[in-house]
Structure formats: structure tokens, C-alpha cells
Design a protein around this ligand. Structure first.
Ligand code: URA
Length: 230
């Protein structure tokens, strides 16, 4: 939200007062004095007028987890362990998952409290590739790549999947890159050929690859550089 709108939404300032505060450079966002009324105030910005804090701006948090098999991509579940159970962090109820994985899918899971950041990662419009290693029951046919590139029709949603890239690594092992995250998408794409997915592992989401140093169940905070790349 624009800083002038943020301030004039508060009951204590009218628009005229807000204009004056900005001209007098009495407003700061994240410690930097601001006079431009268009300056963006985000969920995590710290906004002050003179020395008074109007929005505290909790720190944004970003983690990468190597999701193991046997946990659900949810913040709470009455029956099963969740991916958040692997995190030893305070205020876990403020965190959410950027892009779910099935119960037995392993690999890169990104967890944050920054909704704008996670939306950029998961929105199909941003076309960020999600890359999976897929092991199947039957050999993967040479025709799969062209079908996935053209799109697979999903009758339930009445849609055709966006073009996806398939790289064959072994007779029953492939790397698949998709830009959407539809329900059971990878399993259903291979299901089109009646080929069951036995193992599924997410290697990458957009610019962020799973850190090789993380064993299943381990996690780490993202670096400032990794956060900026999204
Ligand atoms: N596609 C699937 O079918 N399952 C996942 O967990 C992720 C993508």
C-alpha cells in the first residue's frame, strides 16, 4: 500500500496532515525518511512518524526444508505429522507453506510468513519452473515428452496443463519441469499414460534449489540473496 494511503487510513491523520508530514520528512519507512507519497509500505515495513512507531513490522522469515516422506504439507493436522513439526522456531503459527507436496513426496519445501513472496513463487502467471525427479513403475515412453510439452487434458478441471519439459534420465527415471502446481499434477500427468509414480522429489522452485547439505527432515534459513532472487 502507498504510504500516504497507509497514513490517512489511520484515524488520527487526514489527507492534508499526511501531505504535510511527508513534505516535512517526518515519516520514515524501515528507518529511511520518506517524502514520496507513492512509497510502498509492506506487511513487514516498520513505519514511524517522528519517533513514534505506527507499524512495528515483524521480521520476515524464510526457510528451506528437505521434506521427508510421511508428513503433510499443512500447518496442522489431527492425524499426521506436518512439515512444520520439523522446524524448531518460535511463532510457527505465523508461517505458511509456499507450494504443497503430497504426503510421500520429498524435497524442497519453502516456508515463510511473507505472503507476497510465496505468491510470487507459486502463481502460474509468474511461470517459475518447479522441477521434479520422477521414478515410475513402467518405462517412460519416448512419446511422453511431446505430450507433456503440448499439455495434458485434465477432465476434472476441464483444462489443459501448461507446456512442461521432460528429460529422460533412465528407463524409469526422468526430470520434469512444470510451471503450475495443480492437485497431484505430476502423478496425473504420468497417469495419462497409466504409469504410476513410485517416487517423487522436488529439486527446485524457480531460482531456489534444494541444498544438497540438507538431509531429509533438515532445514535452514534462506540467505538474503536467495530471498531477493524470487
Ligand atoms: N505433483 C504431484 O503429483 N505430487 C506432488 O507432491 C507434487 C507435484
Amino acid at each position: 500500500m502507498r504510504v500516504d494511503r497507509f497514513l490517512s487510513n489511520l484515524p488520527r491523520f487526514n489527507r492534508q496532515q499526511v501531505r504535510l508530514l511527508l513534505v516535512e520528512r517526518r515519516v520514515s519507512v524501515d528507518g529511511v525518511p520518506v517524502s514520496d507519497p507513492h512509497h510502498e509500505v509492506r506487511e513487514f515495513s516498520r513505519v514511524c512518524v517522528d519517533d513514534e512507531v505506527l507499524q512495528a513490522g515483524k521480521p520476515a522469515r524464510y526457510f528451506m526444508l528437505h521434506k521427508p516422506q510421511g508428513c503433510v504439507s499443512a500447518t496442522c493436522d489431527p492425524q499426521h505429522p506436518t512439515v512444520l513439526d520439523w522446524l524448531d522456531e518460535p511463532d510457527k503459527d505465523e508461517l505458511h507453506i509456499a507450494g504443497r507436496l503430497d504426503f510421500n513426496t520429498t524435497g524442497l519445501m519453502l516456508i515463510t510468513n511473507d505472503g507476497q513472496w510465496s505468491r510470487r513463487l507459486t502463481q502460474p502467471t509468474t511461470k517459475l519452473p518447479k522441477v521434479y525427479l520422477v521414478e515410475t513403475e513402467q518405462p517412460i515412453g519416448a512419446e511422453y515428452a511431446a505430450t507433456f510439452a503440448a499439455g495434458v487434458y485434465f477432465a476434472f478441471e476441464d483444462l489443459t496443463t501448461q507446456p512442461a519439459q521432460l528429460e529422460l534420465l533412465a528407463p524409469r527415471l526422468a526430470r520434469l519441469s512444470i510451471i503450475e502446481g495443480r492437485y497431484h499434477q505430476v502423478k496425473r500427468m504420468f497417469g495419462h499414460f497409466d504409469n504410476k509414480v513410485l517416487r517423487l522429489h522436488r529439486e527446485r522452485m524457480g531460482p531456489l534449489a534444494l541444498d544438497d547439505a540438507l538431509a531429509p527432515g533438515e532445514y535452514r534459513a534462506l540467505s538474503a540473496d536467495e530471498i531477493r532472487q524470487v
